[in-house]
Design a protein around this ligand. Structure first.
Ligand code: DGT
Ligand code: CA
Ligand code: CA
Ligand code: ZN
Length: 575
């Protein structure tokens, strides 16, 4: 069992004891140990096997024996007994965020509810809100969360989490100038379990107080002197931790994870006679604790250069860092333009003029208009005639503006089920940028799908394959394909593969980007904007490229216009 899981059972023990009306100190003891276990830097299972459980703050003989029992038998007998004594459904209710032990007990006992469906009905009938300490607003919040789980797997997509985190950070910055994202969010993973935020202050309690009172906080789940957990926008959990300044580097490093990265780092420290945790680095020989105000100092103390959070996977990043071989990751500012964008000519919202203006304001040198082709039947795709008309319009706008910005004429042409394209070669030939994508027949088997995409890549007019796997994160699974065969074909034909930045796609995904890059496959990062409001979303794609270890040179649209055009039509790169 990992620390999280152990802490979860201990927390449940505390809740069950509280429901049972057990003496306060016993409840508090379990709560305290649950917290200590959750934040322990050592592996508790390991400590137990060495008979060292009592080193965990708050653990005495009684709780140590419960943890040992849990680890050896997978359960705690007293826990099972408590559950048996309490009304049916209490554990189920405890799992609903916003419901504490007292309320869970009352729901089961007084309302006679034992299922989530029963809970829903009780709320709708107005029976929950009248319970002590409940109220209409809290009951409604619980109902909303019952109806609308965050995602099928309970994780929050990056595209939702990052703007929420930024809103919180902005609101806290006057009080906590160094407030920053941490956890999986800082590593820019495609989904996050929760939104972790950190900062330092001379007055942590005051900062936390301000946090729980932010106007968009719907509910406070936990509120301590240095840490609080709240619900924002009805559904999203945000954790804020505030510490004193001197350990900021240690804290940020620890809570940025990943857990796997931290494990390898701690092993390394151990070999150097050091021990790392969220408060500092201890010299095991002297017992002296050093605190670090920046992450750079933490890594430096361990003989390493700073490692960008996007690379902290716990794979080979520490080895690369040690050898001075970390890539210089591509940054948003390296991108010179965007190669996938829709306008009102197909299913986009804005006119060509508006798109052009916003792309220029974004600081780009160029942007490709790539509306859909008509074969889709939906999305208001363009016929060849309308496409040719649009090409004229696009070139006209550039001529008239004469401002150095270049709107590229393009298409997101549909790859049909047999691998042929919606537009004839004579039409594609007239375009600056051809992105070919799959929007239909997505359930084809792996072999047909792979052949279909490779056929499209073999068309010399196709420059880029758009959103290769067609997945929608948390919603539609990726199509079946042989990624290695496709990457090899991309390399051979010189076709670029898109990193689609649209936050519900992020397709190519990070692991595939790493492979593509190793094979020397050309990559582009594109917004797939359907409104000028989506143009800045390119940053999500840059995050994926960074997680995929890409440098600027790996991404075609970091190149100035003429170089880009030459590369798009150029011969296959050598691996
Ligand atoms: P998530 O929230 O599931 O997307 O993933 P993370 O990586 O954000 O994980 P989270 O929120 O549980 O914790 C944030 C970071 O704090 C994590 O990446 C490493 C550190 N951390 C949290 N709990 C533990 C723990 O029990 N042991 C260790 N070694 N590190 C932990
Ligand atoms: Ca997290
Ligand atoms: Ca967290
Ligand atoms: Zn598309």
């Amino acid at each position: 069992m990992n620390n999280e899981q152990i802490a979860g059972v201990l927390r449940q023990m505390a809740d069950l004891l509280e429901m049972k009306g057990e003496v306060r100190f016993k409840v508090v003891a379990f709560q305290k140990v649950a917290r200590a276990v959750a934040y322990a830097t050592d592996d508790v299972e390991q400590l137990a096997s060495e008979g060292r459980l009592k080193e965990i703050p708050g653990v005495g003989k009684g709780i140590a024996s419960k943890i040992d029992e849990l680890l050896s038998t997978g359960r705690i007998e007293e826990h099972d007994r408590l559950v048996a004594d309490l009304p049916d459904g209490v554990l189920l209710m405890l799992d609903v965020s916003g419901i504490g032990p007292k309320t869970a007990y009352r729901i089961c006992d007084e309302l006679g509810v034992s299922t989530l469906e029963g809970l829903q009905n009780a709320i709708l009938a107005g029976r929950l809100e009248v319970l002590p300490g409940m109220g209409k607003k809290t009951a409604e919040n619980i109902l909303r969360r019952l109806y609308r789980p965050i995602a099928k797997d309970g994780r929050i997509p990056l595209g939702k989490a990052l703007p929420i985190a930024e809103r919180v950070c902005e609101a806290m910055r006057p009080l906590v100038p160094n407030v920053t994202e941490a956890g999986s969010l800082r590593r820019l993973e495609e989904t996050v379990g929760d939104i972790d935020i950190l900062g330092t202050s001379d007055d942590p309690a005051g900062a936390i107080e301000a946090f729980v009172r932010l106007p968009f906080v719907d509910e406070v789940l936990a509120h301590g002197p240095t840490k609080a957990s709240v619900i924002v926008d009805d559904a999203y959990q945000v954790d804020l931790r505030i510490v004193e300044h001197e350990s900021f580097g240690n804290l940020l490093q620890h809570f940025s994870g990943s857990k796997e990265h931290n494990v390898i780092l701690r092993e390394r420290a151990r070999r150097m006679g050091l021990s790392v945790n969220e408060y500092g680095i201890t010299d095991l020989a002297t017992g002296k604790v050093e605190r670090h105000t920046t992450e750079e100092e933490v890594y430096q103390r361990l003989g390493l250069p700073w490692i960008p959070p996007e690379l902290r996977w716990g794979t080979d990043e520490i080895e690369l860092a040690e050898q001075g071989r970390l890539p210089t990751l591509v940054a948003l500012g390296d991108l010179k333009g965007d190669l996938h964008c829709h306008s009102e000519w197909s299913d986009g919202r804005d006119s060509l003029e508006t798109v052009r203006e916003h792309a220029r304001a974004q600081g780009y040198e160029y942007l490709a208009i790539t509306d859909h082709s008509s074969g889709r039947g939906v999305a208001n795709g363009l016929t060849v005639d309308r496409l040719m008309e649009q090409v004229e319009r696009v070139h006209d706008l550039d001529r008239k503006a004469d401002d150095g910005f270049r709107l590229l004429a393009g298409s997101e042409v549909d790859i049909r089920a047999d691998g042929s394209l919606d537009f004839p070669d004579e039409a594609l030939e007239r375009l600056d940028v051809v992105v070919a994508s799959i929007h239909s027949a997505m359930t084809q088997d792996r072999e047909r799908m792979t052949a279909r995409i490779i056929t499209a890549m073999e068309n010399p007019h196709v420059h880029v394959i758009g959103h290769l796997t067609a997945r929608h994160i948390g919603d539609r699974p990726p199509v079946e394909l042989d990624i290695d065969a496709i990457l090899a074909a991309a390399q051979r034909t010189g076709t670029a593969i898109e990193i689609n930045a649209s936050p519900e796609r992020l397709d190519l995904k990070d692991t595939y980007v790493r492979r593509a890059r190793q094979l020397g496959v050309r990559l582009v990062v594109s917004s797939d904007a359907h409104s000028v409001l989506h143009l800045p979303g390119l940053r999500f794609g840059v995050g994926v490229a960074r997680r995929g270890m890409c440098e600027a040179g790996d991404i075609l649209n970091t190149r100035p216009l003429l170089e880009l055009l030459a590369a798009l039509k150029g011969a296959a790169p050598s691996p």
